[in-house]
Design a protein around this ligand. Structure first.
Ligand code: T4K
Length: 408
């Protein structure tokens, strides 16, 4: 990258060439051992068993259950359907309290199932659901709390378990980001009544598209299994309403191979995180978000916070300056579900209390590239760019202001 030469070339936003010739994305898939994935797919084709609980799906489920430390795992075609199937299998009704600071799928799955998502605020320190705020939103219509392990950082599981017990609510987790994470030595997957992982291509462990519902509850597992297979049980006898949320053998071939390689993938993420920590340590107004002391996380999201006053630039300006260098960052999960359609239209129904911390944190965060598609050198280069963007904050601000509005 040209930025390593001395004197440093101009930032792209100030008229220089972009630091990267090809875009650097957040969410490029990990594809460890593609030859093993292809061999597994070939074997599935030779067996002519492509879906409907084939051997690869079964093996993937068994390994996931082991990873999560639970008895049951039902693999599904994506986490969105996994959450829907879970809500249906658990017979939730009325309102479900969940954080607004999450991907919109968390909320959509509930609304899709005829439930009312009620958004609560976060603890700005962790980005996760604030259990005290959640408690204030519980009404006689509330049937469940849906926690989210945001960015793979475990939600406050003890406090949420207390809240659920006090009000006799179901407690589930959207664990889309959190396979491989743990809290107080206990793997994510075993908290609450059930948890749902995502194995979307952009996730740390991927199955192209995919997900899984994991639980220790025998009855719930049985119902999830029914609902995800058109309500059909043994002998294809229809026992309930259901949908089709099954995982294919091709997806399981990828998922299984990624899962086998999880220790190596974790090591890469950890190395990148450490490199970001070192590279950004003394950049004014830029702070790397770190997990809590009792948490072990998968580091699939590297998230920084931009303090506009200390850095001289707001988050959008930093993101725009990085984009000019071909570093295409994300702002997960700005602006919060409550400020997204259709929830935006009915604040009294979906967000009866103000969510100032969700809104404030959403304005400050940036997700940076990580995973096996990025090299350590590239991570260092991104750090160097961030440092120079902040060093040149006044010129960057002026240059961005001079751009035509559509390109800002
Ligand atoms: N709950 C939470 C908390 C979630 O974050 C999600 C999903 C869900 C539930 C639902 O899980 P799933 O039903 O998806 O299993 C992505 C993903 O589609 C989504 O899975 C994820 N969360 C969400 C946070 O991000 P986009 O729209 O940002 O992805 P996209 O297509 O723009 O990809 C991001 C970058 O990754 C691109 O700039 C390029 C790169 N990319 C992407 C794909 C798909 C690749 O390089 N290769 C690829 O194949 O939503």
């Amino acid at each position: 990258m040209p930025g390593t030469a001395f004197p440093a070339p101009a930032l792209a936003v100030l008229g220089g060439d972009p630091a990267f010739a090809e875009p650097l994305h957040v969410g490029r898939p990990n594809i460890p051992r593609p030859e093993r994935v292809l061999r597994r797919i070939r074997e599935a084709m030779d067996r002519r068993w492509l879906t409907h609980f084939g051997p690869l799906v079964r093996e993937f489920e068994a390994r996931l259950a082991e990873t999560a430390g639970v008895r049951h795992c039902v693999a599904v075609c994506n986490a969105t359907l996994g959450l829907q199937v879970l809500a249906r299998a658990a017979e939730l009704d009325g309102e479900v309290v969940l954080p607004s600071f999450t991907f919109v799928a968390t909320a959509h799955t509930l609304l899709w199932e005829g439930l009312t998502p009620v958004f609560c605020d976060i603890d700005e320190r962790t980005g996760n659901i604030d259990p005290d705020h959640a408690r204030r939103l519980v009404t006689e219509r509330t049937s469940a709390v849906l926690g989210v392990h945001l960015w793979g950082h475990p939600a406050p599981t003890e406090e949420l378990a207390r809240l659920a017990a006090d009000h006799e609510l179901a407690l589930f987790y959207d664990s889309a980001h959190a396979i491989g994470s743990a809290h107080a030595g206990r793997a994510v997957g075993g908290f609450g009544g059930a948890e749902v992982f995502s194995f979307h291509a952009t996730k740390f462990i991927n199955s192209f598209e995919g997900g899984a519902v994991v639980t220790d509850d025998d009855e719930l597992a049985e119902r999830v299994r029914l609902v995800h297979n058109y309500g059909r049980g043994d002998g294809a006898r229809v026992r309930s309403i259901g949908t089709n949320a099954k995982m294919t053998e091709v997806a399981a071939a990828m998922g299984l191979t990624c899962l086998e390689e999880m220790p190596a993938l974790l090591a890469v993420n950890r190395e990148h995180h450490e490199r970001y920590r070192e590279g950004l340590a003394d950049v004014p107004g830029v702070r790397l978000r770190e997990p809590g002391p009792a948490d072990r996380v998968n580091h699939q999201y590297v998230v920084i916070e931009v303090d506009a006053e200390a850095s001289g630039l707001d988050r959008d300006a930093v993101a725009a300056a990085l984009a000019a260098e071909n570093v295409l960052v994300r702002t997960h999960f700005h602006p919060g579900c409550h400020r997204t359609e259709p929830y935006l239209r009915e604040p009294r129904r979906f967000a009866p209390l103000p969510l100032p911390r969700t809104e404030a944190l959403g304005e400050r965060v940036i997700s940076l590239p990580t995973g096996t598609a990025v090299t350590g050198k590239e991570v260092s280069a991104v750090c160097a760019l961030l440092r120079r963007i902040v060093e040149h904050a006044p010129s960057v601000r002026r240059a961005l202001r001079a751009r035509p509005p559509a390109t800002r």
